[in-house]
Design a protein around this ligand. Structure first.
Ligand code: PAF
Length: 276
């Protein structure tokens, strides 16, 4: 595996790949890699001649310096993980090179003022601003994202439709632990007790969803979701609501919806979405 830290070096390799007509799959990450990332890499390796993973903790998508500084970092492990998963290039550029004094922020216009966007103002602006940099440097054929960050996925889908028409976005189902919770870099920050509590919250949430009639409409399901929320021992809910799979609206029946949530266990913010 090649570990490349600067853009010009990366582009020499990419040019050589393009001359050989290799297809390139790209997996953007912020490190603290886990089996969820592993699924994206696996799919990219199936679909392409070469797979590139970037590790870049993007300061522009964190709402506070504290959250940025507390984001899990695990460099040695990440390198081993990429080697074990047979990644071809690990791209790990510096913030100075990526942003190069460019202060311009791309404003996201889609799926606004709902779910995470409502609570993390500017977060998705930071996400698409950094992806714009990486997409234009790497110019891959395909790019891979997980369904766990479903709103992010929908926003990136729109962004790609608007600006990177020839790039194929491949979405991959959320990889879950045996107990049902999703793999996430933030899980590392949970204590044993918090992890157990989170697992039990997840199981109860799944049981709650199974108890609903499939013909129920999303609005009425959300009334029941509010009742369920108040019965739970969770420090803080940001949101816990059903939304339509396609446009994230409140329109339709729950058979075409997902339940989205963001909760806090201690200081750790956990998000997930569950298909009904
Ligand atoms: O999902 C993530 O890890 C990040 O938001 C991404 C897409 C790598 C952009 O920094």
């Amino acid at each position: 595996m090649l570990i490349i830290k600067d853009i010009s070096n990366l582009q020499s390799y990419l040019n050589a790949y393009q001359n050989r007509k290799y297809s390139i799959g790209y997996v953007p990450t912020m490190g603290a890699l886990h089996k969820g990332h592993g699924e994206l890499i696996k799919q990219s390796k199936k679909d392409n001649h070469k797979t590139i993973v970037s590790i870049f903790i993007n300061e522009k998508q964190f709402s506070s310096k504290e959250d940025f500084e507390n984001y899990p970092r695990n460099k040695g492990f990440d390198y081993d993980f990429c080697i074990d998963n047979e990644v071809d290039i690990l791209f790990e550029p510096s913030s100075e090179e990526i942003f190069n004094n460019d202060e311009k922020i791309i404003k996201n216009k889609n799926f606004k003022d709902m779910l995470c966007d409502k609570f993390r103002k500017g977060h998705f602006d930071g996400v698409i601003t950094v992806l714009d940099k990486f997409f234009s440097i790497i110019k891959s054929n395909k790019v891979y994202f997980g369904e766990k960050d479903y709103q992010q996925l929908k926003i990136i889908e729109k962004f790609i439709e608007e600006k990177y028409k020839s790039l194929d976005l491949i979405s991959i189902q959320t990889k879950r632990h045996e107990e049902g919770i999703a793999y996430s870099s933030r899980n590392e920050k949970l204590s044993k007790k918090q992890t157990q509590d989170f697992i039990s919250f997840h199981i109860q949430t799944k049981n709650f969803i199974s108890s609903l009639e499939k013909s129920l409409d999303i609005e009425n399901a959300n009334l029941k979701a509010n009742e369920f929320m108040t019965s739970q021992d969770v420090e803080k809910f940001e949101y816990f609501e059903f939304r339509n799979n396609t446009d994230l609206s409140f329109i339709g029946s729950i058979s075409e919806a997902r339940l989205f949530y963001a909760i806090y266990k201690g200081k750790v913010r956990l998000i997930d979405n569950l298909k009904v």
